[in-house]
Each structure stands twice: as C-alpha cells, then as structure tokens.
Design a protein around this ligand. Structure first.
Ligand SMILES: [Zn+2]
Length: 119
C-alpha cells in the first residue's frame, strides 16, 4: 500500500507532509511545493480540495477576520439594521449588539428573524 499524504488544518493554512516525507504549506490560493509553482496545480492542492479542507480553511479565515475586525462588525450591524428595517421589524441598538455576533454566513433569513425576536 502506498503511504498517503498527511494533512493538518490550521487557522490560516494547511500543512502537508507528503508520502515522501517533505512538508509543504497550502493556503487558499496555492501550495508551496515546486510542482505547484510550475503547473499552478499539484497533488497536494487537489487532495486538499477533494477532502473539503480548502472549504474549511476558507470558512476559518472568514470567521477569523469577522471576529477580529471592528470594521466588519460595524458593517454587519449596518446590514442587519437595513435588513430589519426592510422587514419592518423594530429593533434597538442593544438588540443589534446582541444579535450581531451570532450571525453566521450560513444563516437563513428566517433563522435571523427568529434570533431577533428572541433577543
Ligand atoms: Zn503541492
């Protein structure tokens, strides 16, 4: 049986230890191996995509930046405000502050409304 590449998912990258013992790093846009720099694709990157690791990395980097950035928080609050106004749901500044951190990018509008009504 052929040894497999080992993938480890981190906050901002995926580490790969290849079957031959070399280690590489995969980010959202590239792999650090030689093959990738020649062909803009490689076995590691393809496998990371196939294993769904790249999607997970994307989700991580998204939640990472949203948690960190005050600017993003403000934008999310503004968007929430606009959305609630359109839906004719009354809200307070307190409600926005409570609900904003709980919003996820996979949330459905109905779930969002339920969250606001429960707050
Ligand atoms: Zn590679």
């Amino acid at each position: 049986m052929k040894a497999a590449d080992q993938f480890t998912l981190h906050e901002d990258r995926i580490d790969v230890i290849s079957a031959s013992g070399s280690s590489y790093q995969i980010t959202l846009t590239r792999c650090s191996c030689k093959g990738y720099s020649f062909h803009q694709e490689c076995r590691h990157y393809k496998q990371a995509v196939n294993l769904g690791l790249l999607e997970k990395l994307k989700a991580k980097s998204l939640s990472f930046s949203i948690t960190l950035s005050d600017h993003a928080k403000k934008l999310r609050k503004e968007a929430l405000k606009e959305y609630l106004t359109k839906q004719k749901i009354s809200f307070t500044e307190d409600l926005l502050c409570t609900v904003e951190p709980q919003i996820t990018c996979t949330m459905k509008p109905s779930e969002l409304i339920a969250l606001c009504l429960a707050a």
